[in-house]
Design a binder for this molecule. Structure first.
Ligand code: ADP
Ligand code: MG
Length: 290
């Protein structure tokens, strides 16, 4: 593009809260074949709320919640915040030896037992006995809820589900990008069942679920190896390497500093719909160049 067209394009973007950090991002945005969206905090609000509290036989809901909140006491994961909020006013047990495991959950010691809270992967890795409750998991995931398992001494004490509302413009963003011929992927550490339900609601083409934080960039690289130009939209610390790897990285403005630093474009209004605006600007800028 001519320097003038790029200047006009970047300036116009800025007035609409779309911050292009470099000229090449403005030039490349319209060439993207696939745009990968992070789920939590990007397509969704990132502020999940507790929906179901399902204790195992002989355990009360309050006991399950208090135990879960105690293990999550020092975590800033959105699921941890949701559980602590719901457990407010309850008396939490005293725990020791906290451990937080990226992409899995957390653990701590109570008296002589280890308490684990997190996803299916964490339970499987610790050979947790699932029991009768497991029969309910499928239905809960089908509702688009993220199921969190709470286990003590190797046995399931209960399930806590959270749901995170999609951002109001997510579905429209995807519909408009489809009109531009772009395929849409959703990348998440959440499980496949929950991801499928949300993807269905939003019209997502490709689901990349159960992805560990360290594997997100690799997923982008695999798409690029198929000869695709890949955009990535994210907000979290664990999205940063994927934002760097992508041909154009877009950060949600309300996201983490590392995500913003790793991106080529910052969406100041934290509205995924501005990805559409970025593409239109990019197209107009390139048209002026020829
Ligand atoms: P995302 O890509 O959705 O931001 P993360 O990599 O942060 O996901 O987490 C992936 C999954 O690991 C979550 O969906 C959740 O099931 C589990 N998890 C991670 N941290 C915690 C935690 N502190 N408490 C409960 N579950 C957790
Ligand atoms: Mg996120």
């Amino acid at each position: 593009a001519t320097p003038m067209a790029v200047m006009v394009g970047t300036g116009l973007g800025a007035t609409h809260g779309i911050l292009f950090k470099n000229a090449s991002a403005l030039e490349q945005a319209t060439k993207l074949n696939v745009i990968v969206f992070d789920k939590t905090g990007t397509l969704t609000m990132g502020q999940p709320k507790v929906i179901d509290v399902v204790p195992a036989a002989g355990i009360s809901k309050d006991h399950l919640l208090a135990l879960a909140a105690a293990v999550e006491e020092n975590s800033d994961h959105p699921i941890a915040l949701a559980i602590r909020e719901r457990a407010e006013g309850l008396v939490w047990p005293d725990l020791r030896r906290f451990h937080y495991m990226d992409g899995r959950g957390a653990s701590a010691q109570v008296e002589n037992a280890t308490v684990l809270i997190g996803n299916r992967r964490l339970m499987d890795e610790n050979a947790v006995e699932m029991g009768d409750l497991f029969a309910r998991v499928e239905a809960l995931m089908g509702e688009g809820r993220t199921v969190t398992y709470v286990a003590r001494a190797g046995r399931l004490d209960g399930l806590i589900t959270v749901a995170d509302a999609p951002r109001p413009t997510s579905a429209a963003t995807i519909a408009r990008l489809h009109e531009h011929g772009v395929r849409i992927a959703m990348l998440t550490g959440d499980n496949e069942g929950t991801a499928k339900r949300i993807a269905g609601m939003l019209g997502i083409d490709i689901i990349l679920a159960d992805v560990l934080p360290g594997q997100k960039a690799e997923k982008i690289r695999q798409l690029q190896e198929q000869g695709l130009m890949v955009g990535m939209v994210g907000d979290g610390v664990n999205d940063a390497p994927a934002l760097t790897q992508a041909d154009v990285g877009f950060a949600i403005g309300a996201g983490t500093d590392v995500a913003i630093e790793s991106a080529d474009v910052v969406l100041m209004k934290s509205d995924p719909y501005d990805v559409v605006g970025a593409m239109i600007l990019s197209k107009a800028t390139l048209r002026k160049m020829h």
